[in-house]
Design a protein around this ligand. Sequence first.
Ligand SMILES: Nc1ncnc2c1ncn2[C@@H]1O[C@H](COP(=O)(O)OP(=O)(O)OP(=O)(O)O)[C@@H](O)[C@H]1O
Length: 530
Amino acid sequence: FRKVTQFTRIAPSQGNVRFLSSSGSLTLSSLGLKSEVKTVSANEKNKLQQGISTIEVPKSREKKRVSGNKQGLIKEKNPVDIMTAPFAAKSFSELGIPPLLVERLEKEGFTIPTDVQAAAVPTVLKNHDVVIQSYTGSGKTLAYLLPILSRVGPLKEELSDGYETGKKIDIEAVIVAPSRELGMQIVREVEKLLGPANKKLVQQLVGGANRSRQEDALKKNKPAIVVGTPGRIAEISAAGKLPTHGCRYLVLDEIDQLLAFTFREDMKRILDHVGRRPGARGGESNSPLVKRAARQTIMVSATVPFSVIRAARSWGCDPLLIQANKVVPLESVTPAGSVNIPGTPSTTDSSSNVQPMPDVQSLPPNLQHYYTITRIQHKVDMLRRCVHALDAKCVIAFMNHTKQLKDAVFKLEARGMNAAELHGDLSKLVRSTILKKFRNGEIRVLLTNELSARGLDLPECDLVVNLGLPTDSVHYAHRAGRTGRLGRKGTVVTICEESEVFVVKKLQKQLSLSIQACEFSEGNLVIIED
Ligand SMILES: Nc1ncnc2c1ncn2[C@@H]1O[C@H](COP(=O)(O)OP(=O)(O)OP(=O)(O)O)[C@@H](O)[C@H]1O
């Protein structure tokens, strides 16, 4: 009988974890402990797991977190703090937003701003063009919505800022998102803050919905804010039915994805027309508002490759980079080399220079990352074992090919696990229904593709599984970021083949993460140490 001698501090939430010995298994309660992940040595592992391939893990991994890489694209050139943002704001009212809006936030249960909100809100209120970068689930949506709602709609403060002249006929804010789901999610967030009586002030213009109905609603309701996908916004704009020349705010959410080739034409239309009132440019004043055209451009993502910095410099006027703890001029950010991951499939939304900034966090610190090895034909079964071992309630599993999803759902359902597929070939209504069922717990495992990786806020999700490897570190970050939202616990497990382990190691290096090798054995998560 050999005792397990090392334990890690890591404990997956409510995980089903037992300690194994060569003569059988001990339960946690028999040891007087609760949910701790067990670590076994390579020797012990071999005795316990006959016939399972050995993972080559560098010795140093045992002690040290992977940190500091030279491969990222961006580093800062003498970062200069150019303004004092209230980084430790204790309340929303400290950020300069109107009392009515603070009241609405409180009604919705938002009382303390997150770091990125504390940094972004006052900066955007000062009319700067900005790139907002902060890790997934850190509240970037409100970081740009709050300053907009401070100036647009019924919650705003009446200001003598030159804009309050006459009755508005133009749309005042255009928010662009790369997917319908994300667009609709943003609409819901705005509606929540505006309240039921003012719902019509925001309108969605997403693809997949009836275009003429959207055009009629624009005419009838004269919304102040529109939220949509690039294709539909550009289409309606080109048809002359979107009055946005006098628009004050253009938000590009998930900006790095919006730079993808597939959106190029639509984005050009939007950038050329939204807030480009003829004659608005020019003037000698130092005020950012006077210096540039009427529009204020706000670009947002958890991952900001250098392609975004380049784009932001050309689209904005002296733009600033806002992160959770600093605000710096974008001019001070420079590229710093790049490394691509070979052997992974390429996707259409990968713009050039896809690596995130090396010294920048794109993932929340409260996530646990693991990988496990299996043969391709056993991946779905491994997923089922992983869900059981971690006792996960709301799981998002990513696959790279849509046609694999149905088969995986079938296999899970056959083993009694509620599962559903979510992808772009399904109608808008079916997709909404599936997401609703996932949110209320009727579906335990959501099998999906890259469609769901960006921006979707499903706070209940406690486990993300990669059944197919993500294309690169940016895709890993956005997939992983579907769990552990706003300080919650979350676990990310990558199920790969032995030949793919080197990709996991590259991801861990590029993202400065620790992705630990593990196995799922007898209903336990077993961490493997070399
Ligand atoms: N100040 C706050 N207090 C409490 N909850 C908040 C606050 N700000 C945002 N939230 C909630 O946190 C969750 C995550 O916010 P949001 O979706 O804006 O994150 P994000 O940074 O945009 O993530 P991603 O990068 O994945 O798009 C949402 O459910 C949102 O309602």
